[in-house]
Design a protein around this ligand. Structure first.
Ligand SMILES: *Cc1c(COP(=O)(O)O)cnc(C)c1O
Ligand SMILES: [Zn+2]
Length: 402
């Protein structure tokens, strides 16, 4: 009997139950069977929707835990790719949760954990989103892509494009770390250097993409990167035995990571895997570029563009985000907050953490450590709160002149 039940559980890995795309702002529906970007009625972000009642037939706490798939397709029912031949993978996802009590004790937190996304292919969590996006684009017949990037997304797109037999054109600011530039070119993508910031790279990428008919992989304008990123939230629940932590601190640029996890929590609740309790979602941005922090504390629904953005944490040096209202909603609905940290605080946190825990993290990730210190001091985080820092990238992606 036990054996029979095991066989049923293991074999109950079934296909995607995606039903449509839906505008997160006005509710207009779109087909997932053709290319869609932003809502053509209101210009806002589209989300993939699934038949979660159907997903529940094969997704349960037990069935998920028995799956031998340790990549983003572990939860394939609530992922967008229908034909399994397009589910490409480089082993992204299943990043470990690591207890960091040496450092936790030092800063006064008794339950401090990291999710170490630096262990992903190309060294950042960006691989999750671009794996999903490239897989879906291939399924829809698109084989040539364009992307503006601060570097890490570009490296991930280059990797999955080559792996999937497609071509990527990537536009990055000139001050992107040398190693990342080399990595992008080594993996077969065409690299264009742009004077200025990610927003300037965005304008150049858009023009080139329209001219040549390349498919844009810009986050949230492309509706499926967020599906890859939501797997961070799915894994988190499973890794914490279906009890989400009290606090999540996330280094926020475009915000796809935060909104992706927020979406994942809702989907899991609807499938009966978790209850309605949510972690306090905390966005951290650099002092030199903090549009979400400003909007959050001013009570704005949307964030104004940040002028003269500066920070050595390039992945969160993002002046404006198309999903601003989704980020702000998640922060507010979760009773979370938004906080800015200085580049000097980021650097200090990075070295301190490396010495105490033996993990060298990316500057963006170090911003979460600096934020944890400040929020513990201010009392926003209680010393007993189970707190998870999203270490979104490895220290290997750090700029050369730090
Ligand atoms: C892109 C990036 C971020 C920001 O992630 P979003 O989901 O776009 O907010 C954070 N950390 C690193 C290392 C990144 O590359
Ligand atoms: Zn709309």
């Amino acid at each position: 009997m036990v054996l029979l039940r095991l066989v049923i559980l293991i074999s109950s890995y079934s296909g995607s139950v995606i039903t449509k795309l839906e505008c997160t702002n006005c509710g207009k529906e779109f087909s997932h069977k053709e290319i869609n970007t932003l809502c053509d009625a209101c210009g806002k972000v589209l989300y993939a929707r699934y038949d979660l009642e159907k997903a529940k037939e094969t997704i349960s706490k037990q069935s998920i835990q028995l799956r031998k798939v340790y990549n983003i397709w572990r939860w394939n029912e609530i992922m967008p790719v229908i034909d399994p031949t397009y589910r490409i993978t480089l082993g992204e996802g299943w990043a470990p949760i690591i207890e960091t009590n040496n450092f936790g004790k030092k800063i006064g937190l008794n339950n401090l954990y990291i999710k170490d996304e630096g262990q992903n292919p190309t060294g950042t969590f960006k691989s999750r989103g671009l794996c999903a996006a490239v897989a879906k684009a291939l399924e829809l017949g698109e084989k040539e892509y364009v992307l503006p990037s601060a570097g890490n997304a570009g490296a991930a797109l280059a990797a999955y494009s080559s792996h999937g037999g497609a071509k990527a054109h990537i536009f990055v600011p000139v001050d992107t770390p040398e190693f990342i530039k080399k990595e992008i070119e080594a993996m077969g993508a065409e690299l264009t250097l742009v004077e200025g910031l990610i927003s300037d790279a965005g304008a150049k990428a858009k023009a080139a993409g329209e001219k040549h008919g390349w498919f844009s992989m810009s986050t949230l304008k492309e509706p499926y990167r967020v599906e890859g990123k939501k797997t961070m939230g799915l894994e988190l629940a499973e890794q914490f035995n279906w009890e989400l932590p009290e606090v999540i601190i996330y280094p926020t640029g475009g915000g796809t990571g935060i909104v992706g996890m927020w979406k994942a929590f809702d989907e899991m609740e609807q499938m009966g895997l978790i209850d309605s309790k949510r972690p306090k979602m905390i966005a951290v941005q650099p002092s030199g570029c903090q549009p979400m922090v400003r909007a959050f504390h001013q009570g704005d629904k949307f964030a104004k563009l940040w002028e003269n953005a500066k920070s050595f944490a390039a992945g969160i040096r993002v002046p404006g985000a198309i999903g601003d209202y989704l980020i702000l909603n998640a922060l507010r609905e979760s009773n979370g907050t938004a906080i800015a940290v200085d580049d000097t605080e980021i650097k200090d946190a990075m070295f301190d953490f490396a010495k105490k825990e033996g993990i060298m993290v990316a500057p963006e990730a170090a911003a979460t450590i600096a934020a944890a210190i400040k929020l513990t001091e201010s009392g926003f985080i209680d010393k007993s709160d189970k707190t998870v820092l999203f270490i979104t990238g490895s220290g290997l992606t750090t700029p050369d002149d730090w």
